[in-house]
Ligand binder design. Structure first.
Ligand code: ATP
Ligand code: MG
Length: 503
């Protein structure tokens, strides 16, 4: 056998090189101190911000602070039995979550780990949780509606695909209900949904998952949750994980709806984490980068240009206010980041006017660009009508002698206001909203007492769907309301009123 010395030398050299590069992969440091789910580590000069470090027992820590002589990590699963002197290894990886269609129907923790007992999530695609938002050149304007099925929103505060619309209100004002209705309304529309629960009780999330399952929404929805009992780093990461999952679909040209319930608790978790990391506290003890916390998250929601596939992420962040104070620090931050807000009023909610949307304070900055022609026609000027009703209502309480014009405004306003009352988990198709709202806006039902309106309108639509199925189909297909359709609705309303009076 003939030996080729050159070949042997080359092979040896390669082995030595591989051996050297292998050792360099295993950078090892040691724990200096550990406490409050934070570990200080010494001796990993190459570690990057946001990198994952591996601790004994398979624990991971997220690098949050880099200082000259140590690194502070947030321990993702709590401190367990990590102690001073333990070895710590670099992974050279940032936090990644599984993405793709395998997530649909699943309930996951903040890191995409399944927690629904349905076994592993089988996917080969992963994405880093943090990512820079698409540049302006990669985006396009918002012009396609995302129908929430809630009359007041679709008519007055329309949301477009790719928009960020804040849902803001006190405790127990129906914030979650609106977001869940929006998810339910996406059935058969092709929009995928992610519900991200941050800092909520496990029992309330389990209840919502059950609701979504019963309504048949889990086929196109997944849930990411970091409950109130989990360590602060999990709560901090959860929304970014959800956004990364949404981006995968968006980049494939699909439309996604993401709900963040809620970002107030997210801000509090980040404040806790920052204080533990000894970052200097600012206003309301929040750290200086609290605005960036939410802006870098919500900037990632957008509509991509046709060249990029035309996908979109619509974000519905939720913020909880204290005693209606939406001018507090975190609420104003998120208001300024989003493209509008749906403001929920607790007085309205408690008086039974649900959804308790305050039409005066709610706004969509994308506006009617995100409405189909039919909705534009029935929603135009509705806010003004309601405002004039509210104004006259307040005024009328001082005196009893009202002129006929004021009385007409009050009667019509009362009916219109009552027409916006809608039970939760009953989102409506656009054609139903169009027919009902057209009849109401035209004053065809002004003679009905407002408290009878919700059931009366249900009856009217039921009657209409039996009498004129063609009309409903036409509105659903064309998304428009032509003269002929308007005449048909008028006719329908007259017939139904006649029948109603005979009963
Ligand atoms: P929290 O501050 O606790 O998160 P929230 O603002 O998210 O509360 P929800 O949990 O959505 O409020 O709603 C509170 C209650 O009001 C729920 O029991 C819900 O079923 C009910 N509710 C919400 N919207 C409506 C509605 N449109 N019609 C009838 N009931 C409603
Ligand atoms: Mg809620």
């Amino acid at each position: 056998m003939k030996f080729d010395t050159k070949q042997i030398a080359a092979s040896l050299k390669k082995q030595i090189e591989d051996f050297l590069s292998d050792t360099s992969k295993k950078e090892v440091g040691s724990v200096v101190s550990v406490g409050d789910d934070i570990a200080a580590v010494y001796g990993l000069p190459g570690a990057m911000l946001g990198e994952l470090l591996l601790f004994p027992g398979g624990h991971y820590g997220l690098v949050m602070n880099l200082s000259e002589d140590s690194i502070d990590c947030a321990l993702l699963n709590g401190e367990g039995d990590i102690k001073e002197g333990d070895y710590v290894y670099r992974t050279k990886k940032v936090v990644e979550v599984p993405v793709g269609d395998a997530l649909l129907g699943r309930v996951m923790g903040a890191l995409g780990n399944p927690i629904d007992g349905k076994g592993e999530i089988i996917t080969s695609s992963f994405r880093p949780v943090e990512r820079v938002a698409p540049s302006i050149m990669r985006r396009q304007g918002i012009d396609t509606p995302l129908i929430t099925g809630i009359r007041a929103i679709d008519a007055m505060i329309p949301i477009g695909r790719g928009q960020r619309e804040l849902i803001i209100g006190d405790r127990q004002t129906g914030k979650t209900a609106i977001a869940i209705d929006a998810i339910v309304a996406q059935k058969d529309t092709g929009v995928k949904c992610i519900y991200c629960a941050i800092g909520q009780k496990t029992s309330s999330v389990a209840y919502l998952v059950d609701v979504l399952q019963k309504l048949g929404c889990l086929d196109y929805t997944c849930v990411v949750t970091a409950s109130s009992s989990e360590p602060a780093p999990q709560l901090y990461l959860a929304p970014y994980s959800a956004m990364a999952m949404a981006e995968e679909w968006m980049e494939k040209g699909e439309d996604v709806l993401v709900v963040f319930d809620d970002l107030s608790k997210h801000a509090i978790a980040y404040r806790t984490l920052s204080l533990l990391l000894r970052r200097s506290p600012g206003r309301e003890a929040y750290p200086g980068d609290i605005f960036y916390l939410h802006s870098r998250l919500l900037e990632r929601a957008c509509r991509l240009s046709a060249k990029e596939g035309g996908g979109s992420i619509t974000a519905l962040p939720i913020i909880e206010t204290q005693e209606g104070d939406f001018s507090a620090y975190i609420p104003t931050n998120v208001i300024s980041i989003t493209d509008g807000q749906i403001y929920l009023n607790s007085d309205l909610f408690n008086s039974g006017h649900r959804p308790a949307i305050d039409s005066g304070l709610s706004v969509s900055r994308v506006g009617s660009n995100a409405q189909h022609p039919c909705m534009k026609k029935v929603g135009g000027g509705m806010k003004i009508d309601l405002a004039s009703y509210q104004e006259n209502l307040a005024f009328s309480q001082f005196g009893s002698d009202l002129d006929s014009d004021t009385r007409a405004i009050l009667t019509h306003g009362g009916v219109l206001d009552a027409a916006l009352v809608q039970k939760n988990r009953h989102p409506e198709k656009e054609e139903k909203q169009t027919i009902i709202l057209y009849a109401v806006r035209e004053g065809l039902f002004d003679e009905i007492a407002p408290h009878d309106i919700p059931s009366f309108l249900e009856g009217f639509y039921f009657y209409g769907s039996a009498a004129k199925p063609g009309l409903i189909r036409r509105i659903a297909e064309t998304h428009d309301l032509d003269r002929e359709a308007m005449a048909e609705i008028r006719e329908l309303a007259t017939d139904y009123l006649k029948e109603h009076q005979e009963d």
